[in-house]
Design a binder for this molecule. Structure first.
Ligand SMILES: C[S@@+](CC[C@H](N)C(=O)[O-])C[C@H]1O[C@@H](n2cnc3c(N)ncnc32)[C@H](O)[C@@H]1O
Length: 390
């Protein structure tokens, strides 16, 4: 939603001019950043880079290591901001017009005592503060990402070709370093990364290498067969030495499940009201509901599935008191019941709960659709922690 818009990042996807472009040679793509809830969202900082650290040095051999000059003055007027300081050779300094010391006289003397002031190589120039690299934290992300930092399209194509061979050409892959930066900023290890457009599977591969879980979805089976599945298999087996494998210290492990998502059980009319799709009746309804409520499919008399001691009954019609009695009569000792029905006769739910505590009733589609309406014929790959690639 618009109020959760955070920023637009410009990614330099190419650094070579396309001289056959009709108008301009496009160098960049946009990455629009939205939070689910902007007020609550906290981004991670990004690691320092050799570019951001290029101006550190150590001309005075400070044992605390490399440092960078930092201005001790600011434009903000401040009561005590115009005092005079004396350099190591007796030179006197005050901030120039329009500038004020950013630290109090006491803090200034503390910095001096701790050898955190730099008066130039001669010891006679205007003082700066020494900021040690070892004491600086990671960086706030910026909105222009150069290809040197996060890779470009050519690098991305190379990553796929070196992993899957010359025949694996994907038109718009993203470099692993780009996805690493995005995933790092927006998630922590163990979080779930969702990519609804798997393509060549870069997002899932990088998420897995970075210790995140993932769900990725792809419409094209050929993309799954050519790119996503073989790529993720290599990542899991530790056979992908490219991309961010080195920086993420990835050596293989984990696994993923490949799931074909069936047609939606639900359809919506013009008013947005849900009803069951034509196919989702009888046995098909029972089977689909079993999957939705995560019961093992186990047809047995009036029951369709089982999860531990709970039996599932799916009714292509109404749960009446009579049906409830029948189902109860078929339950073994200590078994409970989950009934999913299209309609519920008043009192039937209470009867079940009273006769077999822990039993529940759900109305379809109302109660189950809340778990998500499934789009048709997608293939989804989901990471699993313990290596059961399937
Ligand atoms: C531009 S690619 C994604 C590239 C990917 N980020 C990568 O790095 O490889 C978009 C992918 O989305 C898939 N796709 C398009 N419409 C879809 C849909 N409705 N559901 C799932 N996948 C879809 C396409 O088949 C294509 O593989």
């Amino acid at each position: 939603m618009a109020q959760n818009f955070v920023a637009t990042v410009i990614w330099q996807k190419s650094h070579s001019r396309n001289n056959s472009a009709q108008h301009f040679s496009a160098d960049h793509d946009f990455i629009h950043v939205y939070a689910r809830n902007k007020a609550a969202w906290r981004r991670n900082r990004v690691a320092r880079t050799s570019k951001s650290d290029a101006d550190f040095w150590n001309p005075d051999n400070d044992p605390r290591g490399d440092w960078r000059r930092s201005d001790l003055t600011a434009a903000k007027p401040y009561n005590d901001g115009k005092y005079e300081v004396t350099g190591p050779h007796g030179d006197k300094f005050t901030p120039r017009a329009g500038r004020y010391w950013g630290v109090s006289p006491t803090s200034f003397e503390e910095l001096r005592a701790d050898d955190r002031l730099w008066w130039g190589k001669t010891g006679r120039t205007f003082p700066f503060r020494k900021r040690f690299r070892s004491e600086l934290g990671d960086l706030v992300p910026t909105t222009i990402w150069a290809h040197e930092e996060v890779g470009n399209n050519r690098e991305a194509k190379g990553e796929i070709v070196s992993l899957l061979g010359r025949s694996a050409i994907f038109a718009t892959p993203k470099p692993e370093r780009l996805m690493e930066q995005i995933i790092h900023i927006a998630s922590d290890p163990g979080d779930i990364v969702l990519d609804c457009f798997a393509g060549s599977g870069t997002t899932a591969a990088v998420a897995h290498k970075m210790g995140r879980r993932f769900v990725t979805v792809e419409l094209s089976e050929s993309n799954i067969d050519t790119f996503v599945r073989p790529r993720l298999e290599k990542v899991v087996k530790g056979e992908d030495a490219g991309g961010v494998t080195g920086t993420a210290a990835w050596a293989g492990g984990g696994g993923f499940r490949l799931v074909r998502v069936a047609s939606s059980m639900f359809e919506a009319d013009e008013d947005g009201d849900l009803y069951l799709a034509d196919w989702a009746v009888g046995g098909e309804l029972a089977r689909a509901i079993c999957a939705q409520v995560r019961y093992e499919y186990e047809p047995d008399g009036p029951f369709t599935g089982r999860r531990g001691r709970s039996r599932l009954a799916v009714l292509d019609g109404m749960l009446t008191a009579g049906v409830a009695e029948l189902l109860l009569s078929k339950l073994a000792d200590r078994e409970t019941l989950l009934v999913v029905a299209q309609a519920i006769e008043p009192g039937a739910e209470e009867l079940l709960a009273a006769r077999r505590g822990g039993s529940k009733v759900r109305k379809v589609p109302r109660d189950l659709a809340r778990r998500g309406i499934l789009p048709s014929q997608l293939v989804s790959l989901t990471s699993t922690p313990d290596g059961d690639t399937a």
